[in-house]
Design a binder for this molecule. Structure first.
Ligand code: PEP
Ligand code: MG
Length: 822
């Protein structure tokens, strides 16, 4: 092995060759290995095309890897930077590589000279990065340094540098990355600007970073003190530690632990929910069932009067109250964090950063001075302004509104001497109901007797959801009308079905807390009709748990879950090992392996585009395989190989199929790989409507009711406000399921359900009545579904299905089915 090699990435081959020639003249006789990755080939006339190509950069790195201890990559500008970054994911070798933010020509020369002296990779990189200093000093005209150049890091007259980075983590710059950026800047001057036209945002302003809105694939310009720029750039390069598909802290997950259940929600009015015995519907975000009296979290702190004007001569003193109040809030939050652990502590730390935001304090002070309002009112107005910005950004960012309000309430409480509303201190178990919960409230939850959480707002990634899952208590969010439930009303909270039932009958109270008998491995109706009950798994550990719960097989193996952390496609042997882990516990039983369902809510860096406008309707599921046929053929080879080595009965199915041609081609690909049974998921209305034709070419189908509902109702399955639409009881969805069931019966081919509806004991008899022959679910639902099915006959299921199909609303469908089943 030799010393350091250099890859020169340029849009122009001629520029790269000329720079290489210059470098060679600087080190006559020395053989510094320099590989060029420049230009994008030639056109029909043989003229060079300007451009860069990540694959070529990766090849150049690999070329040098055989003979070098390290590789420094120098690039010119714009897409060259992105190609170089992307190349790090594409390369096959594992030689250490540094991307230099140095100017291309000067950097190449400096690097070549230093490398020729046998310097280390770090030394070569440092020398390249400092290559402009001599020129700047000599010309004494520091304005000539390319201060405005967006990439790569360009030193400026004032000693600051500018560098462009790319957002690589799937969730973009959300709360956790924002906190990391603030910490990495270490108080040094650093501004971030979303390219092409964003406003500069100081790294110290957590509030503004929350509203930054940078998504995966976006370019961000970092400008500031060199060390801070490098530290923050490293965070971006590392994808904020979230390139494994799940953030290193689940505080603000980018991918829910498991795909969220669609809420079994129904339209309702707040007035209706207050009737005794009424049921509220929301989004179930943490499983389990609990029954207890309601304790309402007190209303947020009272809004300070807007009319309490502060005379001119006292405004300065009033504004000066803000900084000490903020400091006290920060200290209190940090003290809470120190008393907490895990996610709670991390969330509190992040909230402390929000409270410490100097921009926020400055903006509030400015309001006091300019508008003559009280400090408390200024905080209130400024926080509302921030909350509005976050809400307008929508999605996960909007879920951070509760955090801003929490900081607001704490600050206002300090400034006015009021108490901050908190978790009720009760000796008996209670269900906590709130508009939304923020860290300040939830920190104490673990120490309280709270047995379930219900909120009117919030989504699957809200703190309520995260903390409830961490505490292992059921939670329902987006339950409209919940704050109107009178205190002390006994409620049943079903965190899987997203249901909050007021005053449940005595019988239900008892059975809710009762564990059904363990599943004995035989799914059947009261009359002995078999209904296979299988498990949904994402890997070997799930499979072992499913086998322990006596699942009759695996109805859905989400293979993409094995590879969420991979930047590059896993090799066939790696895939074989992952699949064998799932097949091994199920020898002799059916295992339905789903090919990669990459895209939308489960992006895989190696398979999905980062910049789709509308990923749920984009290149996801089987469509990825159509775009990258090798991905599918490698996976089918690996599945066939794993199946040959284990004793499970392997069936393979494709996600997101919309046309019969796709189904036919998929079956052909499976057969070619030696897979005997091939099917498809029915997740699109198109596939459901064509189920007869689909079943003519496949061996089986499985209804992915999560996506089928989302696409039928045109409602994002992760959206809390759309929970009422994302309900498999919606008659439109039931009728599509009925169409598929009828097609299955006519063809004598199996029809499974592997969406979350398959694990809901309430709808299970209806699904069976509609023609479904197997249900697949999370292993912990097996016992409840099995117990329910044992109480109904095939004829009763058919009648319940007929009644539900005749309904015109989801509420009516539930009621009709319940009535038919007695
Ligand atoms: C579904 O859509 O119902 C399904 C089972 O697939 P996933 O939840 O993985 O998208
Ligand atoms: Mg799906």
């Amino acid at each position: 092995m030799g010393a350091v090699g250099i890859v020169a990435v340029s849009h122009s081959l001629r520029l790269a060759e000329a720079a290489q020639e210059l470098a060679a003249q600087m080190v006559p006789g020395a053989a510094v290995p320099i590989a060029l990755a420049a230009g994008a080939g030639t056109d029909a006339d043989g003229s060079p095309i300007l451009g860069t190509d990540a694959t070529r950069v990766a090849e150049a790195i690999d070329e040098l890897a055989g003979t070098c201890d390290g590789v420094l990559v120098l690039m010119d500008l714009g897409s060259a930077v992105m190609s170089a970054e992307f190349a790090l994911e594409l390369r096959a070798s594992d030689v250490p590589v540094r991307l230099a933010s140095a100017p291309f020509v000067e950097g190449l020369l400096a690097a070549a000279v230093t490398a020729a002296q046998g310097a280390s990779l770090d030394e070569v990189a440092a020398e390249a990065n400092g290559a402009l200093v001599a020129k700047s000093a000599q010309l004494e005209d520091e304005q000539q340094t390319p201060a405005a150049a967006p990439t790569p890091a360009a030193p400026r007259a004032d000693g600051e540098v500018v560098r462009t980075v790319v957002v690589r983590n799937p969730a973009g710059v959300h709360a956790r990355p924002a906190a990391l950026i603030g910490q990495a800047a270490q108080g040094a001057p650093l501004r971030l600007r979303l390219l092409p036209a964003g406003e500069p945002v100081p790294a110290a302003s957590m509030m503004r970073l929350l509203a930054f809105g940078a998504r995966r694939g976006d370019e961000v310009e970092l400008e500031g003190e060199r060390g801070a720029v490098e530290r923050v750039a490293a965070l971006f390069d590392d994808g904020f530690g979230e390139m494994d598909g799940a953030p290193s802290t689940p505080a603000v997950p980018s991918v829910p632990e498991a795909p969220s259940a669609p809420a079994t929600a129904a339209a309702q009015s707040p007035a209706a929910v207050l009737d005794p015995g009424a049921t509220l519907h929301g989004l179930g975000v943490s499983p389990g069932v609990a029954v207890a009296p309601v304790a309402q979290l007190g209303e947020a702190i009272a809004e300070p009067a807007a009319t309490d004007g502060v005379p001119e001569d006292r405004r300065e003193a009033e504004a000066a109250r803000l900084a000490p109040a903020a400091a006290e809030v920060v200290a209190a939050l940090r003290a809470d964090a120190a008393r907490s652990e895990g996610e709670t502590a991390q969330i509190l730390e992040a909230t402390a950063l929000l409270a410490a935001d100097p921009e926020f304090a400055a903006a509030a002070s400015a309001r006091v001075r300019a508008e003559g309002v009280s400090a408390a009112r200024a905080v209130w107005d400024e926080a509302e302004e921030q909350a509005r910005l976050l809400r307008d950004l929508g999605g996960r960012t909007a879920e951070r509104v509760a955090d801003v309000r929490s900081v607001r309430d704490r600050l206002v409480a300090r400034l006015t001497g009021a108490d901050v509303p908190g978790i009720p201190d009760r000796a008996e178990p209670f269900v906590l109901v709130a508009r939304d919960l923020a860290p300040a409230e939830t920190a104490a939850l673990g120490r309280s007797r709270c047995v379930a959480l219900v909120t009117e707002e919030g989504g699957p990634t809200s703190h309520t959801a995260i903390l409830a899952r961490a505490l292992g208590i059921p939670a329902v969010v987006g339950a409209t009308g919940a704050t109107s439930i009178p205190a002390e009303t006994v409620v049943l909270v079903d965190g899987e079905g997203g249901i909050v039932q007021l005053d449940p009958p005595e019988r239900q109270r008892a059975t809710a807390s009762e564990e059904p008998p363990a599943f004995d491995g035989r799914g059947e109706l009261a009359d002995g009709t078999p209904v296979a009950l299988r498990a949904n798994v994402g890997g070997a550990a799930d499979a072992r748990a499913a086998a322990a719960a006596h699942a009759q097989g695996i109805g859905l193996f989400r293979t993409e879950f094995c590879f969420l952390d991979r930047a590059a496609e896993p090799t066939v042997p790696e895939q074989v090992a992952a699949y064998r882990g799932v097949l091994a516990p199920f020898a002799g039983r059916t295992v339905v392996v789903r090919t990669l369902d990459a895209g939308s809510d489960k992006p895989l860096p190696f398979a999905t585009a980062a910049d789709e406008e509308n990923p749920a309707l984009g290149v996801r599921g089987l469509r990825v395989a159509v775009a990258h046929p090798a991905l599918l053929s490698h996976q089918l080879t690996a599945i066939a190989d794993a199946a040959a080595q284990e004793g499970a009965e392997v069936e393979v199915m494709a996600p997101m199929v919309a046309t019969v041609d796709e189904a036919r081609d998929f079956v052909a690909a499976c057969r070619a790989a030696g897979i005997a049974r091939a099917g498809i998921m029915i997740e699109t209305p198109a596939a459901a409507l064509l189920s007869a034709e689909m079943l003519a070419v496949v061996d089986f189908v499985s209804l992915g009711t999560n996506d089928l509902t989302q696409y039928t109702m045109a409602a994002d399955r992760l959206s809390a406000p759309l929970g009422a639409l994302n309900d498999p009881w919606q008659p439109a969805v039931l009728r599509l399921i009925g169409t598929v069931g009828a097609a299955g019966r006519a063809r004598g081919k199996p029809v499974g359900v592997c969406g979350e509806a398959g694990g809901d004991p309430a709808i299970a008899p209806v699904l069976v009545g509609l023609g479904v022959t197997s249900l697949s679910m999370t292993a912990r639902s097996l016992a409840r579904v099995a117990a329910r099915l044992r109480t109904v006959t095939a004829e009763e299921c058919r009648r319940a299905a007929e009644a539900a199909l005749g309904a015109s609303t989801a509420v009516e469908a539930r009621a009709a089915a319940a009535a038919a089943l007695g």
